[in-house]
Design a protein around this ligand. Sequence first.
Ligand SMILES: [Zn+2]
Length: 359
Amino acid sequence: MTGHLEVRRRLSEAARTGRLPQVLLVTGPTGIGKQRLALWLAQLVLCLHTDPEPCGHCRSCRLVAGLAHADLHWFVPVLRSKATDPGKQVEEVAEALAAVMEERRTKPHYPPPDGMAVHPIAVVRLLQQRASLTSVEGGRRIFIVGEAERLVPQESSQEAANALLKLLEEPPSGALFVLTAVDARRLLPTMRSRAVPVRLNRLSDGEVAEFLRQELDPALSAGEVEARVARAAGSIGQALSAGEESDKTYRAADQLLEAIMQGPGPTLERALKQTPWSARGEFTAMLDALADTLGEAARESLGQPTRRPVVPSALRRRSDPAPLLRAMEHVAEAREAAWGNVNPQILLAVLGQDLAEAL
Ligand SMILES: [Zn+2]
């Protein structure tokens, strides 16, 4: 766990004196360790010792670190289930979550979730099911809901939203809920009001540099550490994703948007055919970069701060976010189709046309 020492000290003190709230909402910028703090807290309350910090080597601490503790339930956004039967949906969500956890066990420095991933309604049912069980190890039970702003029930199912609110209002005894979100304002006020806020700030450059030096294998050169720290703006997530691959992906997305905005002609033809998107992962990463860039442009059009500059000039300083949001919808559709057996080149040609019309 890197940084956030003051917050850790306060939480640790609250846990020691039995004043730790049962529902916490951890907020702060992307990639600064909100879910990492939630895991740290899980370790703290489950640790077999009573030190101000989790000991890190007792059985509980090791199980939490290995994401294998039976009383730790970590919910992260997943891709929507294809099933229509509610019972089957819950099963699919549980399987998708297990797959993500398996991946994170082997690769602890995970990239941000897929741009299209959400907490589907079935997650609330799964959460309810798991919350109704008793503790396996006899201690506390911890439920982490990462990126809570992606909870679908918020907008689409009153029933699921109510079930979740009830759970947060009267948490089962011994249960601890930790929600994380970049922007608390994107949660339902009724949900927000049930949680005690914990605000995390950006890390210091020194903390980010220390993390990069300690954790990356193969190690980065001193120059690369410096360059990444400069672009990370206090976010380990940004520092990790600021590699060459990510730059290339965003450049490809920018070029495609520029070409689309210029309209039909040889530039667009070239842009649509340019890269042989052989690896599906690369293609979907480019679609995510497209969605992200359009999202940034939409934020800018609303006068909100952006996380990265909007490069395509025709998308900058727009006064109306609506066309940008429509364009994002088209990217979302393409993103979903990309998981099927569709030729990326054809998909991109169709998407190019849709985007040209929307923008
Ligand atoms: Zn321990």
